[in-house]
Design a binder for this molecule. Sequence first.
Ligand SMILES: *[C@@H]1O[C@H](CO)[C@@H](O)[C@H](O)[C@H]1NC(C)=O
Ligand SMILES: *[C@@H]1O[C@H](CO)[C@@H](O)[C@H](O)[C@H]1NC(C)=O
Length: 437
Amino acid sequence: MTHFLSILIRALKRGCRCVEVDCWDGPNGEPIVYHGHTLTSKILFKDVIASVANYAFKVSEYPVIISLENHCSIEQQKVMAKHLSSILGNSLLKFTLDGKVPSVLPSPEALRGKILIKGKKIGGVEKNLDGAQETITGEVSDEDEAAEIDKDSLPPEESHGEKKLKQSLCKELSDLVVYCKSVHFSGFEKSRETGKSYEMSSLSESKARKHIKEAGTEFVQHNSRQLTRVYPSGMRTDSSNYSPQDMWNVGCQIVALNFQTAGTEMDLNDGLFSQNNSCGYILKPEFLRQYASTFNPDRPQEFCNDHPQKLFIKIISGQQLPKLSKKEGSIVDPLVRVEIYGVPQDQSKQETRHIDNNGFNPVWNESLQFSIHTPELALVRFVVEDHDTTTRNDFIGQYTLPFTSMLQGYRHIRLLSKDGTSLAPSSLFVHIHIDLA
Ligand SMILES: *[C@@H]1O[C@H](CO)[C@@H](O)[C@H](O)[C@H]1NC(C)=O
Ligand SMILES: *[C@@H]1O[C@H](CO)[C@@H](O)[C@H](O)[C@H]1NC(C)=O
């Protein structure tokens, strides 16, 4: 099996509910999919769709979105539409659930077992409803995401040279887009006035960060009406990830990460979704769901005039920490760091001292203390590292969970490896106490 298919399958099995498929014309009339920034691994589109069909609902019955990056000719777009219909069968969502133009999106519950296509669309959803046959192909502006890569980070003269091309889209493929029509983001005001519930925009991480900084509250309001997808910068040729937390803080729904790249960002992703059995969907806190929300993650205190909650964590001991194979024969010198992610004000880290030469039953007995202003958005990450005086510490294990899922009292924290698998029986023994403000 190709690398891309195995990444895709692993992501679906980990609860990922939106996959990007970058399609190009291939030989023998068969569209192909390129992965990432290399043009080396080409896979048949139909094989990718078959994998989605086979693995979409293995761990979660909630809907999967196939995000199409379509660079194909009309002929091969027709082939794509044919494959989507024949391979996905009844799972493919082709019409709105109630046969009407939606004023709000249906819930994941209502869309159980469905696969949705996200892409460009000729006109609105009403076109699917009135059986209009007149349009054979249409033109949509070619603002594909690859072409939009970080215009912000290019020199000004290059970003001015941006070309607006028209791309032809065939009706068959257009009709398969129902609740996730890709539209260019033209500002919060525009979307407030004319945006539809089924229209969604994709923003590069740098654009998203810019909007968060300049218009956090408007972004929150926008995300209560429409979906936003954020994707990694095209500069990340090493498939590294950006911090999803900033995007979650303003209620962005689809925060795309490179699932194949282990690290803090994926730990946060797994940690956030763990509160709903890793089904891939969680309900946003109420202040991110209101049309007229005044929440701004940079000024959460203006929103809730409360005192912060105090989190006391005593790191007592560790049990059977794994050996690091690359340092054969050497025994780890473990330390524990607790990291808080959330609104900027809540982000902080504290760590214990390291214990020399004991991975079997180290005892720290150290108390750490944190202030949490916006508990609904806070994640707590426990990291165990092997202290190294000369180089960077080596990762031993971690566990991340939402602050609101933390139980007080004595707890065993079961550690996970870099790629999210269990390191049982390795664990930390801790005591947790929360002082409500
Ligand atoms: C878990 O997901 C289901 C389906 O989307 C949703 O109805 C429910 O509210 C979610 N629960 C939480 C705690 O987010
Ligand atoms: C850790 O704390 C416990 C309980 O207070 C105490 O019995 C134990 O001796 C302490 N261990 C170390 C190594 O400080």
